[in-house]
Write a new protein. Structure first.
Length: 621
């Protein structure tokens, strides 16, 4: 079954409980994890390391964890101990300076595939950085002297613990002997030392001796770095996929903080050198096999040279996961810290942000995470008023109805009284004529026609009458009248008319609008970081334009006793050829104590054979 090129990771789940994965290709652009105390950063790192170890059979990709505090180291070792039946065959290299009984030999001056000058320059840079310089260029004398001395030791197959012999003012003969086997630049450095007067020579070497002495004064570190016969080698570790777990905690006062930072800086510089030696050669179109670096509190030991070269690490197969508590820990280291912060911003393209309590901490992160989500047209306030928003000409039918009601009630009383008296006399004459015609007895008398009596007198009858009379009358009347009346009147009316009409459409019309500034939006987004609970995070992976909310996977504590975990660690060490008991490690260093005397001792003349001397004497005679 062919090996996979690197490992994918499951970082956690989203709000719908869907898995959030990080591909092997995304990991090659590095990952930055930041979160305050108790927010779950170490548990997340533990989960990622567990997944890499679990996928080892599929990819054979190795890893190295550098832990200055020891918590992460203990979590991983506890888990491995609990699951030792499953993972006991993995190539685990536990380096725990709090346990000095067994020494992991690590000669940083060991022979290499590439030029030793490259590794020595990286070591000098690491020592200078651990001592507070941004670069060895700031201390040119230290760079020159330390570089020459370390180069001489590497050529002679010695360890860094012998540097005190090389730089001792009284060891001029040793330096004269060493320059015979050195490249010109290193040889010139030692010759320059020997050209100085005794007082100036002490001042020239004092800086280098003080720096190295501070590093090697810890016996645990001196034993580890002083082994020359067998040594852990990072190039081999990367090729074989070793799982290197380094605990640099100061538990039991075995290692000081400054020693731990120096050791971490040295390890990281060495693995970078080994990756550079491996080069960027592609096999079947793929870059070198990935080697994953987990660096907790990395700001204390990542050199500016490495920080500036993070973009190149992908080509060497180094994929970094870097974690710390606060972004200000990066910029708080002065100019070099600001350079480191800028490098993380630019070259670490995947970020996991967990809860942070301080706006000064999470606001810079908000710009990293959410700048692609800022909407310059996002409305802040809108004011609407009711007004006419349109008119339509139409007609309306007007119907008018009316109704009237009248109720009238009235009454009246009238009284009248009167007396009447009168008298009179009258006289009159009357003459009447009538015309008639007489016929036979059986016929009636009848008036046939009107005629003139003078012409036909026999047909007219004349009658004359005369009358007269007197009269007198008297009367009296008295009357009373009462009247009352009541009337009700009702009336209704209705009219219909069609008239033209303008119909108005009313609505809410915007009267003003203001937009939310970029800074205001970033403040709101930053508050999302502030409100995060433990195990909650906001992430944005390489190639994504929008952030996502995430909940990390639960990582339970391992239920193993300290003795069981220690037994598992010893079993891992017993399989490694470069691990020695403490007594053997001390003996190996002691065996080289007189190396300078042996190197500078004049060669012994081989005795000539007796017969040969005899013959020579005979000839002289």
């Amino acid at each position: 079954m062919p090996l996979t090129h690197g490992n994918d990771l499951m970082l956690g789940v989203d709000a719908r409980n869907r898995p959030i994965r990080m591909s092997a290709d995304q990991r090659s652009r590095h990952l930055y994890v930041v979160g305050g105390t108790g927010m779950g950063k170490s548990r997340l790192m533990t989960s990622l390391i567990q997944q890499d170890i679990d996928q080892w059979l599929l990819s054979r990709s190795g890893l190295m964890l550098i832990d200055l505090h020891g918590e992460l180291y203990q979590q991983v070792m506890g888990w491995l101990t609990e699951e030792r039946i499953v993972y006991r065959e993995r190539p685990i290299v536990p380096i725990d300076l709090t346990q000095p009984e067994h020494v992991v030999g690590y000669n940083i001056l060991r022979p290499r595939q590439g030029p030793s000058a490259t590794a020595i320059d990286a070591l000098v840079e690491a020592i200078a950085y651990a001592q507070g310089q941004d670069s060895a260029q700031e201390t040119p004398r230290f760079k020159r002297v330390a570089g020459a001395a370390l180069h001489a030791l590497a050529v002679q197959g010695m360890g860094i613990t012998e540097i005190f012999d090389v730089l001792a003012p009284e060891n001029r003969p040793l330096r004269e002997r060493l320059v015979q086997h050195l490249p010109r630049a290193a040889a010139d450095g030692l010759r320059w030392l020997d050209s100085l007067p005794a007082k100036e020579l002490s001042g020239a070497t004092e800086s280098t001796l003080n720096r190295v002495h501070q590093f090697l004064s810890n016996p645990n570190i001196a034993r580890m770095l002083g082994q020359t016969k067998s040594s852990f080698d990072f190039l081999t570790a990367m090729e074989e996929g070793a799982i290197v777990l380094v605990n640099l905690a100061n538990a039991g006062n075995q290692v000081s903080k400054s020693d731990a930072r120096m050791m971490a800086t040295t390890l990281l510089a060495d693995v970078w050198t080994a990756a550079s030696e491996r080069g960027k050669t592609k096999i079947r179109g793929q870059s070198p096999k990935p080697f994953y670096l987990y660096l907790d509190e990395f700001q204390h030991f990542i050199t500016p040279t490495i920080a500036e070269s993070l973009d190149e690490a992908r080509g060497f197969g180094l994929h970094l996961t870097m974690a710390n508590q606060f972004p200000s820990q990066l910029s708080g280291e002065g100019a070099r810290g600001q350079n480191l912060l800028n490098s993380v911003r630019s070259n670490v393209q995947s970020k996991v942000i967990m809860g942070l309590p301080d706006p000064d901490e999470y606001m810079p992160l908000a710009k990293w995470l959410f700048m692609g989500e800022v909407d310059v047209h996002k409305v802040k306030h809108e004011i609407y008023t009711r007004s006419v928003i349109g008119e339509t000409e139409t007609t309306r039918t007007v119907i008018t109805t009316g109704e009237s009601f009248t109720d009238t009630d009235g009454g009246s009383t009238s009284e009248s009284r009167g007396t009447t008296a009168g008298g009179g006399s009258s006289r009159g004459n009357a003459t009447a004529r009538s015309y008639g015609e007489y016929r036979d007895d059986d016929e009636r008398f009848s008036f046939i026609e009107q005629g003139n009596p003078d012409d036909q007198p026999f047909r007219w009858n004349k009658t004359e009458t005369e009358s007269g009379g007197d009269s007198e009358s008297w009367g009296e009347s008295d009357s009373t009248t009462d009247t009352s009346s009541w009337s009700v009147a009702r009336g209704t009316s209705r009219s219909v008319a069609t008239t033209p009409f303008i119909e108005r459409e009313w609505g809410m019309q915007q009267s003003s609008r203001t937009y939310q500034s970029v800074d205001e939006q970033l403040v709101e987004m930053g508050q999302r970081i502030f409100r995060l609970l433990p195990r909650q995070a906001i992430i944005r992976l390489q190639g994504e334009t929008r952030s996502r909310a995430m909940t990390t996977l639960p990582v339970p504590d391992a239920f193993v006793s300290p003795s069981t975990q220690e037994a598992f660690r010893l079993r891992c060490l017993q399989r490694l050829s470069f691990v020695l008991p403490q007594a053997d490690a001390d003996a190996a260093i002691e065996a080289r104590r007189n190396w300078a005397e042996r190197l500078t001792a004049p060669p012994q003349e081989e005795p000539q054979e007796f017969t040969n001397r005899r013959r020579m004497k005979t000839r002289e005679e």
